[in-house]
Design a protein around this ligand. Structure first.
Ligand code: DCP
Ligand code: MG
Length: 352
C-alpha cells in the first residue's frame, strides 16, 4: 500500500473547555465536569484542575479532595453534540474519509483531499485554525502514516499542538516510545509489559509474534504490528460503520444465568459510555455469545426507536439471553448496537 496521510484530531479538555467558553466566570478556574448518574466520576477536568492531579474517571469525591477550589459542573451533552457536528462539518470540507471516534475526536484520511494539498501538516494546522475560529475551542492534531501513530501524536503536545511523525522517522519514534504511550495499553497491560522487560517500542519490537500472542491474545498481534510501524486499519466513515459493540471473554466458562446477567449489566454500562463518547445511537440490540466449544451465535432484536440508556440495553440483552437453550457454558459475551444513527431524525432528547 502506498503511504497514507492520516490525521487524528482531538479537542482539548473537551467538556470542560465548552463549559469555560459558555460561562466566563469559569475561565482560568479549575473546572470538573462530572455526571451524577455515573456514580459520580469525573468526565473531564480543565487544565487548571489537572494540575492538581484530577483526571477522567476519577471518583468526584477524590477529585474534590485533591482540588478544593474546583467548580463542579453537570455535563450538557446536547451542547457537546452540537460542537461535535460543527467540527465534523469542517472535516468533511477536507475529505469524505472521516471516522468520528468520539464526540471530540476523529481520524481523517487526507492522502487524497478536496483541497488538493500535498502537505498533511498544512491541512492539520488549517483545520485547527478553522475549529478555533468557528467554535472558540482548541484542538490538537497528530499527523502520520497510520491511525495508531496519528492518535499517539495528537496527545503529545496538548493543548493546541500539532505533532508530525513523517515516514522516515516512524521507526525511530516507535522505538523510543514508552510502552504506556501506546494506545490500547492501559495500566494493567503496562504493568504486564514492564514485568516482561518491555519498556518501550524497541523492547516490544524485539519480541516475536507468537510470544506476544501467548501473553496478550489477539491484542498481541496488534502490538507486534504497530511495533513494526504497521497499522493498515482504514479510516472508516461513519455511514459505513455497522455496529458499536463491547464484549468480554471470561477466565472460566459461565453457565449460571444470574452471573451472566451481572456481566450484561457491566457490558451495558460500557456500551452506554461508548454511545456517549461517539454520539451514536441504535435501533437494534445484538447479543453475541461464544460457547465453551467455540461455537458462536448472535441474536438481534429490532426496536421501533433508539435504545436510550444502559437500563434499556440491559433489559433487551437479557431478553435475548433468555432465548438461549439452557444448559449452556458461555466463554464470551458481547453486546452491540445496530442500525446506528446520530439521533437527528428522532427529534428527541436522547439518552441523557
Ligand atoms: N470522557 C468521559 N469519560 C472518560 C473520558 C472522557 O466522559 N473516562 C468525555 C469527557 C471528555 C470527552 O469525553 O471531555 C473527550 O475525551 P478525551 O479523552 O478526548 O478527553 P478531553 O478532551 O477531556 O481531554 P484531552 O485534552 O486530554 O483530549
Ligand atoms: Mg479530547
Amino acid at each position: 500500500m502506498a503511504k497514507r496521510k492520516i490525521l487524528h484530531i482531538d479537542m482539548d479538555a473537551f467538556y470542560a473547555s465548552v463549559e469555560q467558553r459558555d460561562n466566563p466566570a469559569l475561565k482560568g478556574r479549575p473546572v470538573i465536569v462530572g455526571s451524577k448518574h455515573k456514580r459520580g466520576v469525573v468526565a473531564t477536568a480543565s487544565y487548571e484542575a489537572r494540575k492538581y492531579g484530577v483526571f477522567s474517571s476519577m471518583p468526584c469525591e477524590i477529585a474534590r479532595r485533591k482540588c478544593v477550589g474546583a467548580v463542579f459542573v453537570e455535563p450538557r451533552f446536547e451542547v457537546y453534540k452540537e460542537v461535535s457536528a460543527q467540527i465534523r462539518k469542517i472535516f468533511f470540507e477536507y475529505t469524505d474519509l472521516v471516522e468520528p471516534w468520539a464526540l471530540d475526536e476523529a481520524y481523517l484520511d487526507v492522502t487524497e483531499n478536496k483541497k488538493g494539498e500535498a502537505s498533511a501538516t498544512v491541512l492539520a494546522k488549517e483545520i485547527l485554525e478553522r475549529i478555533e475560529k468557528e467554535t472558540q475551542l482548541t484542538a490538537s492534531a497528530g499527523v502520520s502514516v497510520n491511525k495508531f501513530l496519528a492518535k499517539v501524536a495528537s496527545g503529545l503536545k496538548k493543548p493546541n499542538g500539532v505533532v508530525v511523525i513523517p515516514p522516515h522517522q516512524v521507526q525511530e519514534f516507535i522505538d523510543k516510545l514508552p510502552i504506556e504511550y501506546f494506545h490500547g495499553i492501559g495500566k494493567v497491560t503496562t504493568g504486564k509489559m514492564h514485568a516482561l522487560g518491555i519498556k518501550n517500542g524497541a523492547d516490544l519490537k524485539a519480541k516475536d509474534k507468537a510470544f506476544l500472542v501467548q501473553q496478550f491474545g489477539k491484542a498481541g498481534v496488534f502490538f507486534y504490528e504497530v511495533a513494526h510501524g504497521q497499522d493498515d486499519r482504514p479510516v472508516v466513515p461513519d455511514r459505513e460503520r455497522k455496529s458499536l459493540s463491547v464484549e468480554m471473554t471470561f477466565e472460566q466458562d459461565i453457565s449460571d444465568r444470574e452471573v451472566l446477567i451481572e456481566k450484561i449489566i457491566a457490558l451495558s454500562e460500557r456500551l452506554e459510555t461508548r454511545m456517549e463518547k461517539t454520539g451514536l445511537w441504535g435501533k437494534q440490540i445484538i447479543l453475541k455469545v461464544k460457547f465453551s466449544d467455540f461455537e458462536q451465535i448472535t441474536r438481534a432484536k429490532k426496536l421501533v426507536s433508539n435504545v436510550e440508556t444502559k437500563d434499556h440495553i440491559q433489559r433487551f440483552a437479557v431478553e435475548l439471553l433468555d432465548q438461549l437453550k439452557e444448559p449452556y457454558e458461555v466463554r464470551l459475551l458481547g453486546i452491540g448496537l445496530g442500525d446506528l444513527n446520530r439521533g437527528e431524525d428522532q427529534g428527541q432528547m436522547g439518552i441523557f
